[in-house]
Design a protein around this ligand. Structure first.
Ligand code: HEC
Length: 244
């Protein structure tokens, strides 16, 4: 049944792509015999965006054969939970065996699982799951504050706009996504170190105090952002109650 649906998806995708203005007329139907045995992520997993907005980078997956070689012309279909839009939702891998889709996340903050599928020679479904994160209003505020104040030390990667200070620091801060460390710190500990700096938790004074610069609301927004992006996910102590 699911195999049938998948096939239907490919067929309708073929029909749709003929009518799509961006594409040339000779656009791809799956190539006969173009089957992969694995689906791998090329790029675009674990991105962060505000709720209801499009992810900064497309999600790109690659179909490989048993030897790990890219397979051009193989069918790929994406799916996601309610509220997610995928453009295009399905199609065929290009000459480098890749297929890309633009993802826009739903209106609810949280984690969204995107699934990519292809079929192998035996017509069995091969799947790859990717996770993306949608930030709510408060978390977006925290994200912006992080860009402004924290990222230069807590993110080891430099960008054209921001040179990272990470390599200069004798004591290395953790990237905020590192749930292994940050999930063990309670909200009150995070508040204390952000307010009063490293020494508040017997840590390095290289972590400056922000209590004079940032309001209570802003510090809460930062914590909310840190919790939202943590990997593995942060489990709110009060979740039991929140479920009902
Ligand atoms: C000038 C560099 C610098 C900046 C800017 C900075 N930090 Fe830090 N931060 C550090 C260092 C160094 C540590 C590690 C201290 C230790 O482990 O002894 C740290 C530690 C932390 C920790 C404890 C977890 C960890 O990474 O070890 C938190 C939470 C934290 N910082 C939050 C923030 C927030 C929020 C901001 C922005 C408002 C910020 N930091 C800005 C340098 C910085």
């Amino acid at each position: 049944m699911t195999r049938y649906l998948l096939l239907l998806g490919f067929i309708s995708a073929g029909l749709l792509s003929t009518g799509c203005a961006r594409k040339t007329l000779s656009e791809p139907a799956p190539k006969a015999g173009a089957y992969g045995s694995a689906l791998v992520e090329s790029s675009g997993g674990k991105q962060v965006a505000a709720v209801g907005t499009i992810l900064p980078q497309p999600v790109v997956v690659q179909v490989n054969d048993q030897q790990g070689n890219a397979v051009p012309g193989a069918p790929v279909a994406f799916s996601g939970p309610a509220g997610v839009t995928l453009d295009p939702v399905s199609g065929v891998t290009d000459s480098s065996g890749q297929f890309a889709t633009n993802v826009s996340l739903g209106e609810m903050a949280g984690r969204y699982q995107i699934t990519a599928k292809t079929v192998n020679k035996a017509q069995k479904r091969v799947e790859l799951k990717l996770e993306e994160i949608a930030l709510g209003y408060q978390q977006v505020l925290g994200w912006q504050l992080n860009d402004q104040y924290c990222d230069r030390c807590h993110n080891s990667e430099s960008t054209p706009e921001r040179v990272s200070n990470y390599d200069n620091l004798e004591v290395k801060p953790h990237p905020f996504g590192e749930g292994g460390t940050l999930n063990k710190m309670g909200d009150s500990e995070l508040t204390a170190i952000i307010n009063h700096g490293g020494p508040a938790l017997n840590k390095s004074p290289l972590m400056p105090p922000y209590g004079y610069t940032l309001s209570k609301t802003e510090i809460q927004a930062l914590i909310s952002y840190i919790r939202a992006i943590s990997d593995p996910p942060y489990k709110t102590p009060g979740l039991v109650y929140a479920k009902n």
